[in-house]
Design a protein around this ligand. Sequence first.
Ligand SMILES: Nc1ncnc2c1ncn2[C@@H]1O[C@H](COP(=O)(O)OP(=O)(O)OP(=O)(O)O)[C@@H](O)[C@H]1O
Ligand SMILES: O=P(O)(O)OC[C@H]1O[C@H](OP(=O)(O)OP(=O)(O)O)[C@H](O)[C@@H]1O
Ligand SMILES: [Mg+2]
Length: 281
Amino acid sequence: MLRVAVPNKGALADSAAQMLREAGYRQRTDSKDLICRDQANDIEFFYLRPKDIATYVGSGDLDVGITGRDLLIDSGAPAEEVVDLNFGRATFRFAARPDDVDDVRELGGHRIATAYPGLVERHLSDLGVKAEVIRLDGAVENAIRLGVADVVADVVETGATLRQAGLVVFGEPLLQSSAVLVRRIDAAPHPQAAQLLRRLHGVLVARRYVMLAYDVPAGLLDRASALTPGMESPTVSPLHREGWVAVQAMVLREDVHRIMDELYELGARAILVTNIHACRL
Ligand SMILES: Nc1ncnc2c1ncn2[C@@H]1O[C@H](COP(=O)(O)OP(=O)(O)OP(=O)(O)O)[C@@H](O)[C@H]1O
Ligand SMILES: O=P(O)(O)OC[C@H]1O[C@H](OP(=O)(O)OP(=O)(O)O)[C@H](O)[C@@H]1O
Ligand SMILES: [Mg+2]
């Protein structure tokens, strides 16, 4: 049975459970449950703090897990990213009072408060900067106001928390983070892990693409196909009406309205868009 770590609460928990549901797996119905066994798929989910997930996976106690890229790096665990799951996007940045520090090269000798000390220390050592890293559990923006630190290093999503604390970001982001599937480095192949990965890929594709169907005069098929090349090639079926064909192809969701306009101008009609619920490519 495959043992999978899933965030139990916080910024990644709901989206992770939603994605696993879309991939056809059973998920807990009570947010207090810490384990959910999906017998039919031979897989067991363990709900854990996202900060601990890379540690469990790196030690081999669990086979794979969903966590943040920043948390994976922070842990220093022997685990690696298998796929970007395209949710929980955030940047990880330095911030300080305006007109205080505004360049990472000026960080030497400063006190940096963070809940991600492993990530920050690694970054500073890569830059060759010697600073004091103060490990806090959260609400790190307050550390400056309270005189505990001069700089914070934290997750920034909308920037609202920093703004309210009167802080501004400086320097390049340390990292662009998002939710990722992780496994132990050098993990042996596992059939259920391969199935999980295939299903998650299916969800990612189903979210990014829609199915486009339209009718077009056969003489315009080449030009229409160039607009909708699909994955391998569009499906073309005969229509009862002489000289017309029906076409079906996957297109990127973000492009669909532009493509529909172009198809209509070309002469295509009955242009329909439908969602894809799941797929294996
Ligand atoms: N707005 C956000 N705040 C915090 N973390 C976020 C946000 N958006 C995405 N993330 C990502 O979520 C992960 C942190 O999740 P975690 O559950 O530990 O933090 P949290 O939601 O702040 O929960 P808590 O503060 O209750 O521990 C990181 O990978 C981080 O990059
Ligand atoms: O850029 P924003 O959209 O404001 O989001 C980022 C903020 O949200 C998180 O804090 P959280 O509310 O989880 O509190 P915490 O610091 O106690 O973890 C994170 O630590 C940042 O402070
Ligand atoms: Mg938090």
